[in-house]
Design a protein. Sequence first.
Length: 563
Amino acid sequence: MAMLDLVIRNGLICDGSGAPAYRGDVGVRDGRIVAVGEVSGEARETVDAGGRVIAPGFIDPHTHYDAQLVWDGLAQPSLEHGVTTVMPGNCSLSLAPLRAEHRDLLGATFRKIEEMPKNAFDAGLTWTWESFADYLAAIRSGLGVNVAPLVGHSLVRLWVMGLDARERAATDAEIAEMQRLLAECLDAGAVGMSGSWVDIDHELRPVPARLAEPKELDALCATLGEKGGILQIVPEFWDADLLCARIDLLADLSRKHNIATTFSPLFDSNAAPELVGIALDRVRLQTAHGARVVPQMQTRPIDLSFDLGAPMSTFATLPGWWAMTLLPHTEKLAQLRDPERRAALAAEMDHFMMPIGLQIDFADSYVKRMGTPDAALIGRRVGDIAAERGCHIAEAIIDIALADDLATSFGLDAIGHNDDAKIATMLADPLIGIGAGDGGAHVTNFATYGDTGYLFSRYVRGFDAMPLETAVRKLTHDVAQLWGLRQRGLLRPGYAADVVVFDAETIDRGPEIPVEDLPADGFRYIRRASGIDRVFVNGALAYSQDAGYAPPRAGVIAERIAA
């Protein structure tokens, strides 16, 4: 056998198929796996796994790294969580195809829906593209992680219809042009198309994808079927009846056009505890009738953060609070000091309308982070502070924020996923995919990463909901099969050498921490990981627990299996 580039020896091989793990080695040459099991011969580099698990690199099917990949080809912190392939372009939004005159509109929409800091978004993006192919060319050379991008339905509409995409249904001629454009994007490297039935833009208007009539979506799915692409959709995930209707629609599209469809999120909340079971029953029914409809469920509860400095989804169903956060800083300060306005905001919080899918109590929020730290307040519950001060919860939040020039961040921990035993059963179901992580989005609102480690620590080790091999399969081969990724998701000869070496007893998500690593000193919350020893992308070391990230060099645009 010719000299190998890399051999990873002495590991517990979980090959991604779900088959029982076994002791062995993995040999790599030219970025591909060439041998698994007993690997003989010499190698330029040998790594001793020390009995740890050797698995295919994890695949994250729901991210919003579209902008971050322009300045950070490593898509941090994905690699340190074992993720070697990410899918950006979800929720009907991608950064291409996009005409230059629509950049400001898309930027504002992206920042609103995905809650990205404006200074970081604007500073990090130097627009050099319009077509989807040119966007991929702009990020390709600097990738340290594999990218399997979706093209957003809203972007396809906007390119073809201009601003009319926000106003009306498409004509037959425009639909035909959208089909041509979608095919062009798929040929350039998109793995499918994303849509949304729920999102609103910065002007509180439906995103363009929501104005599509059924015949438009049907025609675009016909193109996906011809090219072997997948359809991703965000449905009304907080309402069981609406969600089941959308599952039926996706099932019809799947059967008619022979495509895989996926929706995200499938979210368990205290607002509708029966919803997840109802939705899964409908998925099971449609699967039995030949449809491919896969819900994506995140493993972790949401640790939410909010502040009064910028618009945030926390206030989406509180119109007065939302309008206040949209104001310029000085006007906002004036309103928050006005007694009548404060009283109105407090009254609105008393009649709090439930945010989609969540039931939260602002009294349970706590002081999480301050621009001018006050040691007496950090970590304290807002309800307790309000009781001590003899004021309304809303007034306590406002006063604390005003004293800190609105830099204070408040936290709400472990929202949703309140019944661990139920979640364990759901995650183990073969019809449910692991996803909806939102990496790259909501970065000042909550830490989006940690689903992979939490799956192992909470549901493999903690609840014994599934064996190690099943958890690995759900993060690797299951995703690659659904999304049609060519030669990824398994440790098999001929497959890409995306490999993660981890300790099955310690792999976990780390604590949520604030970091200032975005352009223009942008701040975000992230989670580090534990138990991930090494991560290889196409045979090259991309991350190690000891040395951190390697320079980006080996990531590629992941290939789709042809139809």
